[in-house]
Design a protein around this ligand. Structure first.
Ligand code: TMP
Length: 206
């Protein structure tokens, strides 16, 4: 049987990586064979593309070039790691995937959504997402939690208005798509983790 594919989405500093680590620890304790990966990146080639995209020296990067690089990294990651893992029956958890492209390049940068969609279709091949968990936290809260923007990350040099648009993009996507479940995280990271595990069980993922 094919494995399930779960993606985690949200703005910077909202706790995606922490939540994925907590899920990973739970599944390891339960002996579940799952793959944890991230975008952009996840394989050697895609991690090289990630460095190119996020390098703060690349301030002159054209928005469409950026979109194409995210799509190229995703195609490589999907074909080399995600698709074979799903075909082998493993559950795959990915820190960011196509909804980040919609929110950042489509919604916040204002690129043509049809082009964004066409590139996602190419990058994903036959892969389908079973569930997307959107950590619904305002970016101002996220940046405060992580102690401000990382100067070594080109994307994090964007202004607050850009990240508000990203957030709005995610919220719209969640409102329009049943695949995406918004999880607000008002309590501790352990409360949020409980909510996420409950959701994963309800959806038959774990
Ligand atoms: P990360 O900091 O969550 O690892 O992601 C790197 C940055 O890349 C983050 O600012 C979000 C951004 N991003 C996009 O703009 N488009 C995408 O498709 C993906 C996957 C990430």
């Amino acid at each position: 049987m094919r494995g399930k594919f779960v993606t985690f989405e949200g703005c910077e500093g909202v706790g995606k990586s922490t939540q994925l680590r907590l899920v990973k620890e739970d599944l390891a304790r339960a002996g579940v064979d799952a793959v944890f990966t991230r975008e952009p990146g996840g394989t050697a080639i895609a991690e090289k593309i990630r460095s190119l995209i996020l390098d703060p020296d690349n301030v002159g990067m054209d928005a469409v070039t950026e979109l194409l690089l995210y799509a190229a990294a995703r195609r490589q990651h999907t074909m080399e790691l995600i698709e074979p893992a799903l075909a082998a029956g493993k559950t795959v958890f990915c820190d960011r995937y196509i909804d980040s492209t919609f929110a950042y390049q489509g919604f916040a940068r204002g690129l043509d959504l049809d082009v964004v969609h066409a590139l996602e279709t190419i990058a994903m091949g036959d892969v389908q997402i079973d569930l997307t968990i959107f950590l619904d936290v305002d970016p101002s809260v996220g940046f405060a939690r992580k102690g401000g923007a990382d100067p070594n990350d080109r994307l994090e040099r964007e202004n607050a208005a850009f990240f508000q648009k990203v957030y709005e993009g995610f919220r719209r996507a969640a409102a329009e798509n049943e695949r995406i479940v918004a999880v607000s995280a008002p309590g501790t990271k352990y409360d949020t983790h409980e909510t996420i595990m409950r959701l994963l069980r309800e959806r038959g993922i774990v």
